[in-house]
Design a protein around this ligand. Structure first.
Ligand SMILES: Nc1ncnc2c1ncn2[C@@H]1O[C@H](COP(=O)(O)OP(=O)(O)OP(=O)(O)O)[C@@H](O)[C@H]1O
Length: 311
């Protein structure tokens, strides 16, 4: 029994001239909740679809639950729940008909879980999918997936298109029905506040490359934004390792850095600012600062997963 649920080994996916995913290596420990984030077109769906064996990578390989993605045996497939982008349903089928369909194909189908989710959200099992709201459809799809009791749950942008109340409900259901069973969850999202609430780990994709892979906590601690105040025009700043963004104002220099320490990095200190402020940043600010100005430099924040798995 491996303690790694998902593994990518130097995966590259090229469509024509487009490199959608470049040299991706990544491991996700069993029992963790991992969020893949990045701008539109960063390669999140391609990564997920490659993992599930729906796309064959141009180079490299991936594994889920110990099995090669390109040759998944039926018993491994049965342990994976996949919620595709857009919550696809058969519009003319009722909620209960959807459940019957799933139950037929999943030996571990757990009707009680499905009913508990419907009940928690007051969804009528006799309703046709076409008559459900977007949020209700998302919950039904989540229920249909969770009731198969997957060991690995993969969700592609599951909160997309949901209003804040529906998003909150969806996340609560996800957390309530997923936690405590050793289940691994991999999901992609643009909604950083939601990511912050549920995920343990973060993978940042940018232009197909993995630019960071670490705990959310580490990401937020290490990406820092400083405002350096000067009496006149700020002095020039040369690039240095860890500097990911810089903006010059009439008497200020704004610098975003990746740093392990709590103190101002020496190249910034050497500018002798009159005063220094550190701006508090939420995950969204940190992420925007980190991938916002790719022209300045690329740095990979990386925590070895071996250590994390062991801890
Ligand atoms: N089948 C395909 N053929 C050609 N190009 C593709 C194909 N699939 C994806 N791409 C391209 O690969 C890049 C990555 O796409 P992908 O859908 O993985 O990004 P994403 O991060 O999921 O984006 P979004 O957040 O918008 O859903 C994009 O530039 C996309 O246009």
């Amino acid at each position: 029994m491996t303690d790694i649920a998902v593994e990518f080994d130097t995966v590259t996916c090229i469509f024509g001239q487009k490199v959608a995913v470049r040299d991706l290596s990544l491991r996700i420990p069993v029992g963790s909740t991992f969020a893949l984030v990045g701008r539109n077109g960063a390669g999140k769906s391609t990564t997920i679809r490659t993992l599930l064996g729906l796309i064959e990578p141009t180079r490299g390989a991936s594994k889920l639950l110990g099995a090669d993605s390109q040759r998944l045996p039926p018993e491994v497939r049965a342990r994976v729940g996949y919620l595709a982008e857009g919550h696809p349903v058969h519009r003319r089928m009722t909620v209960q008909e959807h459940a019957g369909f799933q139950a037929r194909y999943h030996a571990k189908w757990h009707e009680k879980t499905f009913r508990a989710i419907l009940e928690a959200f007051s969804i009528d099992e006799r309703a046709k999918a076409i008559h459900l709201s977007r949020g209700q459809r998302a919950i039904v799809c989540l229920g249909l997936t969770l009731a198969t009791r997957p060991d690995l749950l993969v969700l592609d942008d599951p909160m997309m298109g949901l209003d804040p109340i529906a998003r909150r409900a969806f996340l609560e259901a996800l957390v309530h029905f997923s936690r405590g069973e050793g289940r691994t969850v991999l999901f992609s999202s643009h909604l950083l506040a939601d990511v912050e609430r549920v995920a343990d780990y973060l993978g940042v994709l940018d232009g197909g490359s993995l630019r960071a892979c670490c705990t959310i906590d580490t990401f937020q601690k290490q990406v820092r934004k400083y405002i350096l105040h000067f009496d006149g025009k700020p002095p020039g700043l040369s690039l240095f390792p860890g500097l990911v963004g810089v903006a010059v104002r009439p008497s200020e220099l704004h610098a975003t850095v990746v740093s392990n320490g709590d103190t101002l990095p020496p190249p910034l200190r050497a500018l002798h600012p009159r005063a220094v402020e550190e701006l508090p940043m939420g995950l969204e600010d940190s992420l925007l600062a980190y991938i916002g100005d790719a022209s300045v430099g690329h740095f990979l924040l990386h925590e070895p997963h071996d250590q994390e798995v062991a801890s």
